[in-house]
Design a protein around this ligand. Sequence first.
Ligand code: CA
Length: 251
Amino acid sequence: MSTALLNYTAAAASDRGRKRPSNEDAFGFSVEHGVYLVCDGMGGAAAGEIASSLAVDEILRMLERHSGNQGGPKTASMPLLAEEAILAANEAIFSRSQRNYRLSGMGTTLVGLLVDERRAWVFNVGDSRCYRLRKRRLEQITADHSLVEEQVRLGRMTRSEALRSPLKNVITRALGTQSRVTPDIFELEAEPGDMFLLCSDGLTRELTDPLIESLLAIDLPLETLCVRLVEAAKKAGGHDNITAILVRARE
Ligand code: CA
């Protein structure tokens, strides 16, 4: 097996879509520090935008600082560090909403990817997703924290019923809406050629997984692929804000 180092490249695109007046999604990444984040904010007025950008800023800041101080991330501590950063972001959003009644109840989803050579960690709260494309096959890594997803898992609802359900917007976990939050964290081994997609539900509500897979299977620059994903979601309706980050691993 090759032991060559993996190099990561990334690109992102975000669009408010065709129906929403503003974009409450936020994203951020640092290829240097191996951190990639997408957040989808919720709340009245501008609260959703505040929650999603607070989460991105807080988590990026904590993960970049750690990496800078320690002379590079340490594999064993990465999931702990991710959890610490998520809890800090939760606290930052929650305490801000407690101090300002107009921001009361604001929150955000989060999906993130942390990479350190061949080790990768994916974490999520809510229904923003991470997928991995490996050998042209798309696989969903995260499980949505949503009411319909839980019903499907319990066998009380089929996938197609879930897609049509009036309750499909209800998420069961969010960042910042309560004093505590529990993220899911997945540990993976990255291989050369792997491509990770982090996205908000504005993408996955409009495009089926097979369609996303076929759009990503074309050999084009990451920037072009991101724009094509967002444009396809807009063309399919663009009912919500749309955000996609693509991260590619190469030897
Ligand atoms: Ca959304």
